[in-house]
Write a protein that binds this ligand. Structure first.
Ligand code: KG4
Ligand code: ZN
Length: 354
């Protein structure tokens, strides 16, 4: 296969997806493979860090092999090895970093440590085929400067980007991420895991005004979210305080749908409100949205409407690049071009790096 240098291998193991991709210098995706761990975590209704890390160990090499085979390249063809080193689950991050360091040493190629959140926003450069959710090889040019909103299982944050690698944190959640709230509410309503798609599906038949759930920091100038109070409000609405066995609640299908819809609307309202506030504060006219919760239909359509009313250009990552993947690790190309390589002493940083 023809390649446009440099050829970069990207690895992703920040949470519970093991992924690899092969990207060339024109952002062509030559190979990509994701091994989902959903079935391993489903019985626990949330990601279990120890299980996630062990599964990464088992899956990383087969995922790497599949990616290279798809692309028709060998390890020796690589020009650099990139890996997400922050933020994420410590042991999950470690598996990816150890693999990437080993490849860098054995192949004598540069190592590039990337920030997973900035990669989620970078995914907005890929365009999806109409309706298919799949990236089609066409690129959205000129998405920077922009405000980038990352809404995932671990993060709900807004950044001001001057360029892919030059950003300032505007603010984010002080407790749970939006996706975490979706997952916990799904568990309370006895819906599936991951919770986002399950709550969203149940919400389709519900009334978003049936319950009035809180919208934190609504009138505050700060870019700030809190979703833990919303979680508690949902819990009180369906079960009241005290210890509860949610599996024995016997809620009617109508109540489940109404709670799901009202919860989803509360999350969407605050995300849309703060995203518009952030663009106003920064003076930017482009808003990029990435992360697993960006797959949410209500969020996508209501954000699109708010952006069009406010004269903001909205770019949302293709559906298949909203949840964790290694293609968005193509941001490593920016590091490569800027000569920003990591030394072999680089460590993981599980917490948020500003
Ligand atoms: O970006 P991601 O794959 O992993 C992290 O970096 O955290 O995001 C996963 C999160 C999960 O909490 C999942 O429930 C949520 O994204 N999610 C959704 C939807 N699809 C995935 N939340 C709401 N609506 C969806 N359609
Ligand atoms: Zn993510």
């Amino acid at each position: 296969m023809e390649k446009h240098a440099p050829l970069i291998l990207t690895l992703e193991s920040t949470c519970d997806e093991t992924a690899a991709a092969l990207i060339d210098g024109q952002l062509n995706v030559l190979g990509s493979c994701i091994a989902s761990q959903d079935s391993l975590h489903r019985p626990f209704r949330g990601v279990v860090p120890e299980i996630a890390a062990r599964a990464h160990v088992e899956r990383l090499l087969p995922v790497l092999e599949t990616t290279l085979k798809q692309a028709g390249f060998w390890l020796e063809d690589l020009d650099a090895i990139a890996v997400a080193t922050t933020p994420g689950l410590a042991n999950s991050l470690l598996v990816g970093l150890v693999a990437a360091k080993t490849l860098a040493i054995v192949l004598d190629r540069p190592l590039i440590g990337i920030n997973h959140l900035h990669a989620h926003v970078f995914a907005c450069q890929f365009v999806e085929n109409e309706g298919s959710g799949a990236a089609n090889g066409v690129l959205n040019r000129g998405i920077y400067p922009c405000v980038g909103m990352i809404v995932s299982g671990g993060h709900s944050h807004l950044y001001h980007y001057r360029s892919p690698l030059d950003s300032r944190l505007l603010g984010g959640t002080i407790d749970d991420a939006a996706g975490e709230a979706f997952d916990k509410v799904a568990a309370m309503l006895n819906l599936g895991f991951p919770g986002g798609p399950a709550v969203s599906l149940a919400a389709e038949k519900g009334d978003p005004k049936a319950f009035r759930f809180p919208r934190s920091y609504w009138n505050e100038p700060e870019i700030r979210f809190s979703f833990s109070g919303l979680k508690t409000a949902v819990r009180y609405a369906i079960a009241g305080p005290g210890s509860v066995d949610f599996s024995s609640l016997n809620l009617s299908a109508e109540t489940v749908a109404n709670v799901a819809a009202s919860f989803e609307q509360a999350v969407v309202d605050v995300l849309v409100h703060k995203a518009i506030q952030a663009t106003g504060q920064t003076g930017e006219s482009t808003l990029c949205l990435g992360g697993g919760v960006a797959a949410n239909r209500r969020l996508r359509s209501q954000l699109a409407q708010a952006c069009s009313e406010n004269g903001i250009r909205l770019i949302i990552a293709p559906l298949e690049l909203c949840t964790d993947n290694a293609v968005m690790g193509a941001i490593a190309l920016e590091h490569f071009r800027a000569g920003l390589f990591s030394d072999l002493e680089i460590d993981i940083q599980p917490g948020l790096v500003r």
